[in-house]
Design a protein around this ligand. Structure first.
Ligand code: TZP
Length: 208
């Protein structure tokens, strides 16, 4: 799937305008899709951020929305990303627009297999490495398990959690379909250059 090699997951703790400008820069450097994620704060702020992003990226750019189907439909997202603990996917599947992607965050091998059996189009697997953004999920899953999950899964597996320029090559070697990142893109001094080098290394490796 061409949208999966390099995903920018939006951070929580930056103002909307800063998020939009960093996303825009990173997209011009090669980010393939944006995952719009906001767990805290009023839904109106989430929606405003969604509209700002849609306006700045244009109607065609792939945006996936975390958790909220109402939000995904409002900003013409290409898909919905669900937490590991989600309502049964067949309920959503029946209602979803054509070509709309459903992804699931998975924090174990069993969860990946469950999401696949339910009909997920792709999964996020992680955290692969230690990351302050996901300390709640306990110890990192590690590269070895990522590689096993990638080999076993029949749907694309996107690695997430603690991924940066210094370890992305080791992630690419597992055969993962892509990486999803917050920190290394959102807090970079130069998101365009960062995205360019992350994406370039990934593409040169030939796995997308
Ligand atoms: N799911 C698993 S780890 C994570 C999410 C949303 C956070 C990834 O953030 P970072 O900064 O790229 O480690």
């Amino acid at each position: 799937m061409e949208i999966l090699p390099l995903l920018f997951v939006t951070p929580e703790d930056l103002p909307a305008k800063v998020i939009v400008s960093r996303v825009q820069e990173a997209v011009s450097g090669g980010v393939s899709a944006v995952v719009l994620r906001r767990k805290n704060g009023p839904v109106r702020d989430f929606l405003d951020l969604g509209y700002l992003l849609r306006d700045s990226l244009g109607e065609e750019f792939p945006i996936i929305v975390n958790t909220r189907l109402d939000m995904a439909l409002s900003i013409h997202a290409i898909g919905l990303h669900l937490p590991e603990d989600h309502i049964p996917m067949d309920v959503i599947r029946k209602k979803k627009p054509d070509n709309f992607l459903l992804g699931v965050s998975c924090h174990s091998r069993e969860s990946v297999m469950r999401a696949q059996a339910e009909g997920a189009d792709y999964v996020f697997f992680g955290p692969v490495f230690e990351t302050p953004s996901k300390l709640a999920y306990g110890p990192p899953q590690g590269l070895k398990l990522l590689e096993q999950v990638v080999a076993e899964a029949e749907i694309p597996v996107v690695a997430i959690g603690g991924i940066h320029q210094g370890n992305i090559e080791s992630v690419r070697k597992t055969g993962a379909s892509g990486v999803a990142m917050i920190g290394d893109l959102a807090y970079s001094a130069d998101p365009k250059a960062k995205a360019f080098s992350l994406r370039g290394g990934w593409t040169r490796g030939g796995s997308v």
